[in-house]
Design a protein around this ligand. Structure first.
Ligand SMILES: C[S@@+](CC[C@H](N)C(=O)[O-])C[C@H]1O[C@@H](n2cnc3c(N)ncnc32)[C@H](O)[C@@H]1O
Length: 258
């Protein structure tokens, strides 16, 4: 039986790697690296650095071109389904052709594999198809949410209150039913919809990496700065990975009662 490990590698800082992840990396025969083109070479470089620093057992690095998605299509759901089908075909090929029976391979997933990442869903689909027999295991990682809150030195939740993790697309439709909102995958500065409300924002791009930028403050006071800084960073790097935490300012008594 082939074995596959889905290893969370943290959100950009090689030191995010957990001891469990290092141990898992030293159980594998092959590490699959998904290339996303020259603009995102830093994402591969981080994975290669992790392997250089932490893998002591002989292993193969297997590079493959990651299927890309077409941005701005009318049907976002269908586009993502098609992307995941393409990735599924690729992952199945890698497990079948790059691993011998009895060998172990690893997918290195950015942040934590449970958060806005399709690797687990794709492996479930391949396993259900049954074309190739394999067992898989998931090793958690430090997510970008944890990296962001630690960098801003904030708790994620207010005492006894709820947190929603959502996308820019969803936030643009409505504020979720939660006290604190974490927003990921926001290509359109959806926080701007809320600038007339009394909200605090903690924003970060490339958190944990040498390119890290963070901005925090009252939304209405920092929104324009975030839009400006974000556009410049995206232009300079060719891509951006940013996320933010927002919550409405509470009356002092609400906080004291907690
Ligand atoms: C496809 S999701 C993957 C999330 C990842 N699995 C995790 O646990 O953080 C990519 C989104 O995560 C957020 N993100 C990932 N790494 C980040 C970082 N270093 N700094 C800020 N946001 C990050 C951004 O919102 C980005 O658009």
């Amino acid at each position: 039986m082939r074995r596959v490990l889905v290893i969370g590698i943290g959100a950009g800082n090689p030191e995010h790697l957990t001891l469990q992840a290092i141990d898992a990396l030293n159980r594998v025969d092959a590490i699959f690296l998904m290339d996303k083109g020259a603009a995102k070479a830093k994402l591969i470089a981080l994975r290669e650095e992790i392997c250089r620093r932490h893998v002591t057992r002989p292993h193969r690095l297997v590079h493959a071109d990651s299927p890309e998605w077409t941005r701005g299509t009318a049907d976002y759901g269908a586009t993502i389904d098609a992307l995941n089908r393409d990735k599924g075909a690729l992952f199945e090929r890698l497990i079948t052709d790059a691993l011998a029976d009895g060998e172990c391979g690893a997918f290195l997933v950015w942040g934590d594999p449970a958060l806005y990442d399709s690797t687990i869903r794709i492996l479930e689909t391949i396993a259900a198809r049954g074309t190739v027999a394999f067992a898989y295991e998931v090793i958690p990682g430090i997510s970008s949410v944890q990296a962001l809150t630690a960098r801003h030195r904030i708790p994620l939740n207010r005492i006894g209150q709820s947190v929603a993790i959502t996308t820019g697309r969803r936030l643009a439709e409505a504020w979720p039913d939660a006290d604190t909102v974490v927003v990921m995958l926001d290509a359109h500065n959806s926080f701007q919809r809320y600038v007339d409300q009394d909200i605090d924002i903690w924003w970060g791009a490339y958190v944990g990496t040498p390119d890290e930028i963070v901005i925090a403050g009252r939304l209405r006071e920092v929104a324009d700065e975030i839009v400006r800084v974000r556009a410049a960073a995206r232009h300079a790097n060719g891509w951006i990975m940013d996320s933010y935490v927002m919550r409405r300012r509470a009356a002092a008594s609400d906080v004291d009662e907690d």
